[in-house]
Design a protein around this ligand. Structure first.
Ligand SMILES: [Zn+2]
Length: 387
């Protein structure tokens, strides 16, 4: 079969042996595969990530000198079943699958390990247990977005964003856009998006962001005033004294009971936005901590590979709730597929181009340079070389 493999940072189209499904595995004919920011990153920084994964006792993350087929965001049609499959997904069925496979020597991330070739290829292997039939006749151009949208869904769930909360998305690359689409699909308002690039700001609007700002001229943190967010230490101190003062003036009421009831209802903490950091470059987390209102919840989705400095005392004085998120659970992946198929979330603005296998190298260049593109898809049957 034809595939694109990366060795020493060079992407080459080549013939590779067709994969053979092992126990409990399905062989898919790839219909679409998304090019992910992680792929662009792994092309250059694979060894660095492999080092981190080594610290987590996973030795098989891709290394730059290996021949690795990328591609962990994909959909395809079942063409063969390995031994021991339960036969729950019939041949010909269009499916998406959580990109993890079990090999003879352990479990590997598809498209990010030489031991689990990905879907920049005509065919790819998946676990039957992690494969989900695409419902409602959903087309491959949308089904393929299940994986990146699941990343967004997991981030939003970990952010515990509720109706009435303000959500702020910093960085409008594919993941920021996925987060925006999910937030809007869940009825969150306002969603404020921030990106220095005009092209990405336009995509943020297309994904439904209510307010879009250029951080070079405006602050995303003050873009939607009137939500009662505290921004200064004197405001917090005044609130502490003032609320107890007021409660103690109410006759026959014990202020402690009122406070405990407010705590139980989640009303004792001042209102604060949920902020999604989707940039992942050095200085961004401290930048967010510095700009965020007091008590903000900050969800770090962008992957910064370098050492980075933050000022913990600033975060402490603002009681910033800092959370890091990774990927999604298999259930979140399944639920994302169904949200897409039911039309509850609209991810279509994310896709800005499609290429065949021969256009992958060119697509990497375009994604690395221009701001007009978000998600470029690979259609292994297409001859297109320009996204
Ligand atoms: Zn990805």
């Amino acid at each position: 079969m034809r595939a694109v493999a990366c060795t020493d940072g060079v992407l080459s189209v080549m013939e590779r042996p067709a994969p053979v499904p092992g126990k409990g595995q399905l062989l898919l004919e790839v219909t679409r595969c998304g090019i992910c920011g992680s792929d662009l990153h792994a092309r250059v920084h694979a060894d660095q990530v492999a080092g981190l994964m080594g610290e987590l006792d996973y030795p098989d993350f891709m290394r730059s000198d290996q021949e690795v087929v990328f591609g962990h965001e994909f959909c395809g049609q079942v063409v063969a079943q390995g031994p021991g499959c339960r036969g729950t997904v019939l041949e010909g069925t269009p499916v998406v699958a959580v990109p993890i496979v079990r090999g003879p020597d352990g479990v590997h991330p598809v498209g990010l390990s030489a031991k689990a070739p990905g879907a920049y290829a005509e065919q790819v292997l998946v676990e039957e247990s992690l494969a989900f039939p695409v419902p409602n006749g959903l087309g491959p151009d949308v089904a393929v977005l299940t994986e990146p949208m699941a990343v967004g869904w997991h981030a939003v769930r970990r952010g515990e964003v509720g109706k009435g909360d303000v959500a702020i998305v910093i960085g409008c690359g594919p993941i920021g856009l996925a987060v925006i689409s999910i937030l809007k699909g869940r009825g969150i308002e306002p969603v404020i998006a921030s990106d220095p690039s005009p092209g990405r700001r336009a995509l943020a609007s297309a994904c439904g962001a209510d307010v879009v700002v250029d951080p070079g001229t405006d602050s995303p943190y003050t873009a939607a005033p009137g939500h009662g967010h505290l921004t200064t230490a004197p405001e917090a101190l005044e609130l502490a004294v003032g609320s107890v003062e007021k409660l103690r003036k109410v006759p026959l009421v014990d202020w402690r009971h009122v406070w405990r009831t407010a705590e139980r209802l989640g009303k004792a903490t001042p209102k604060a936005p949920v902020i999604f950091e989707c940039v992942g470059v050095p200085g961004m987390i401290d930048n967010v901590i510095s700009g965020a209102p007091l008590f903000s919840r900050v969800v770090v989705v962008g992957v910064c590979m370098d050492n980075d400095a933050i000022r913990p005392a600033l975060a402490i004085n603002k009681e910033i709730d800092l959370r890091f998120v990774l990927a999604y659970t298999p259930l979140e992946y399944r639920d994302t597929l169904h949200m897409l198929a039911e039309g509850e979330i609209d991810a279509s603005p994310l896709v800005t181009g499609t290429v065949g296998l021969d256009g992958v190298d060119r697509a990497f260049d375009v994604l690395g340079a221009a701001d007009a593109h978000a998600k470029i898809l690979i259609d292994p049957r297409s001859a297109a070389v320009e996204p």
